[in-house]
Design a protein around this ligand. Structure first.
Ligand SMILES: Nc1ncnc2c1ncn2[C@@H]1O[C@H](COP(=O)(O)OP(=O)(O)OP(=O)(O)O)[C@@H](O)[C@H]1O
Ligand SMILES: [Mg+2]
Length: 269
């Protein structure tokens, strides 16, 4: 099955996705997500906002194939890579879909660099070239000099940087990010947002970025989706063409920002 021909082919497409978990006491569990559909263009930075518990992590888990959909399909470059009832999952779909999860999941007994190298080892690519790439990436995400630190010796922001490096090291074209900067102070958050936009622009990734923060969603995204409370579906698909390169502090004083913010905020209610 291929994507429809009326639009340029999306890099990633979610069609009619639905999810319900098994009910604790048997019977029919409520739908967490139902009739969710959207497409992401190659190189696009898509942000997703929605209330807590609305199914954003569940959505990313299905795209990353760490969880099964109950209904629907996911396509990558027009190829169907997941459908309800698929006999088994292929997490990360052959290294095509990287996932920076809501918790950073660094291995506590490995240094920051070894966490990145471990990701390479899992895909059989921790050769000399891979190791050099890992070191370069540590520098690219601002962790030069901290390679040998263990996760408990790193700040929250540094752990997020290490998680991002671990995802970038095997070069997936699509990267899913689940509220990566949620728990950070405003200053650290602004720096990480800036560095992420730099990495995105230079490595030409396609990003699906979940956040609670409307300002962050608009500042980072080419487009912002709002998802509703359960059952989650897309209730607003808001493009913006704020000039790039962007800095969050410039975005919020741009005349186009307040109406965008207001539209997204109204859709979340
Ligand atoms: N493994 C599971 N079993 C049963 N219910 C689950 C499971 N995982 C998530 N849920 C339920 O699905 C709903 C959506 O959860 P999810 O974690 O996707 O929300 P979220 O939008 O990511 O929230 P937050 O913004 O707080 O991270 C919640 O009601 C949650 O209780
Ligand atoms: Mg979540």
């Amino acid at each position: 099955m291929t994507a429809p021909h009326h639009a340029p082919m999306a890099l990633l497409e979610v069609r009619d996705l639905g999810k319900r978990f098994d009910a604790a006491g048997g019977g029919d569990a409520p739908w967490v997500i139902r009739g969710m559909g959207f497409a992401v263009a190659d190189g696009e930075f898509l942000t997703v906002v929605g209330p807590s518990g609305s199914g954003k992590t569940t959505l990313l888990n299905m795209i990353a194939q760490t969880d099964h959909p109950t209904e629907g399909e996911v396509f990558l470059r027009g190829e169907r890579i997941l459908h309800a009832g698929a006999p088994r999952l292929n997490p990360g779909w052959n290294r095509q879909i990287g996932y920076v999860t809501q918790e950073d999941n660094l291995l506590p007994w490995r240094s920051a660099l070894d966490n990145v190298l471990y990701a390479l080892r899992l895909v059989g690519a921790d050769d000399a070239a891979g190791r050099e790439r890992a070191r370069d990436l540590m520098a690219a995400v601002g962790l030069a000099g901290f390679e040998d630190y263990y996760p408990h010796q790193l700040s929250g922001g540094m752990r997020k940087r290490a998680s991002l490096a671990r995802t970038l090291v095997y070069d997936p074209p699509v990267i899913l990010m689940d509220e990566p900067f949620g728990a950070l102070d405003a200053e650290t958050k602004a720096i990480l947002q800036h560095d992420l936009m730099t990495v995105w622009a230079s490595k030409r990734k396609t990003i699906v970025f979940v956040t609670h923060d409307i300002t962050e969603a608009i500042a980072l995204g080419d487009r912002t989706l709002v998802v509703s409370r359960a059952p989650a579906r897309v209730t607003l698909d808001q493009a913006n063409d704020l000039p790039r390169p962007r800095r969050a502090e410039d975005v919020i004083v741009h005349p186009a920002f307040p109406p965008l913010y207001e539209r997204v905020r109204a859709a979340i209610r």
